[in-house]
Design a protein around this ligand. Structure first.
Ligand SMILES: [Zn+2]
Ligand SMILES: [Zn+2]
Length: 257
């Protein structure tokens, strides 16, 4: 499999997962033009894309889907409730609904959506399986739940939310209700929560961790990285490659072999 973060952060998210001739995107939270441009820089074209899966209706996950789907005739998958909450519209012939817990097969990829805790109508995480490998997309999570733990445990690679540093959030100038929302059970995972999730539940098969969905105001790449390394060193049987994702540009394209 080949995987990359096309964009990741509180301002826009899009993740690319490919095996052979088939690929999917998880989320479309930046403009269609930016998605195409960033994919092109990685040597990727839209020709392998079998669909775009939307995790939830927040703008940073859905912003570009209308134009992307319309301009390039790409199928879109989301839950019916997410679609009802979406402010835009997708043509019927390109829209499919999935149910959390029911995997969808596209080409040689199996996409398994599952419910998670977040303040959206029906927020989903995903595991994408192909050729014996599993890639988990675990962002926008207020609280670790059985679903998140189970899919992390099976993951060879994970896009793992590392949204905020506790001290930066508390000392920052966000309004109290916003601070509370971010740190709540339906908000986001902090650097420490993300690292502890991996320490407690990742299996030795985990080879790649993409630290994802970093806040632009309440985190820095350096703090996210150092926090993760600090905790993960407790697991002597784990030695994943850790990749920082960026809101500004695509990550490297990583091969899982
Ligand atoms: Zn969200
Ligand atoms: Zn988000």
């Amino acid at each position: 499999m080949k995987i990359a973060a096309i964009a990741s952060g509180s301002n826009g998210n899009c993740y690319y997962i490919e095996n052979g001739d088939d690929a999917v995107l998880i989320d479309s939270g930046i403009s269609a033009g930016q998605i195409v441009e960033r994919m092109n820089r990685l040597g990727l074209t839209l020709s392998k894309l079998r669909g775009v899966f939307i995790s939830h209706e927040h703008t940073d996950h859905i912003r570009g889907i209308d134009v992307l789907s319309r301009s390039y005739a790409i199928p879109v998958f989301m839950t019916e409730k997410t679609y009802e909450a979406y402010a835009g519209s997708i043509a019927n012939e390109r829209l499919s609904f999935f149910s959390p817990g029911n995997p969808v097969s596209l080409g040689n990829l199996s996409i398994h959506p599952f419910l998670k805790f977040h303040d959206a109508v029906e927020p989903c995480g995903f595991s994408i399986s192909s050729g014996g490998k599993n890639v988990a997309v675990l962002t926008d999570i207020g609280l670790e739940c059985e679903n998140v733990i189970a899919h992390l445990r099976n993951a060879d690679a994970v896009f793992l939310e590392s949204n905020y540093d506790d001290d930066m959030l508390q000392a920052g100038d966000y309004a109290p209700h916003l601070k509370k929302r971010i740190a709540s059970d339906v908000g986001h995972l902090s650097n420490t929560q993300a690292a502890l999730l991996a320490v407690k539940h990742a299996s030795p098969r985990l080879t790649h961790v993409f630290l994802s969905h970093l806040s632009g105001n309440n985190n820095t790449p350096e703090i996210a990285l150092s926090t993760f390394y600090h905790f993960i060193s407790q697991r002597k049987d784990l030695n994943p490659e850790v990749i920082l994702t960026s809101r500004e540009k695509e990550s490297a394209l990583v091969c899982l072999d």
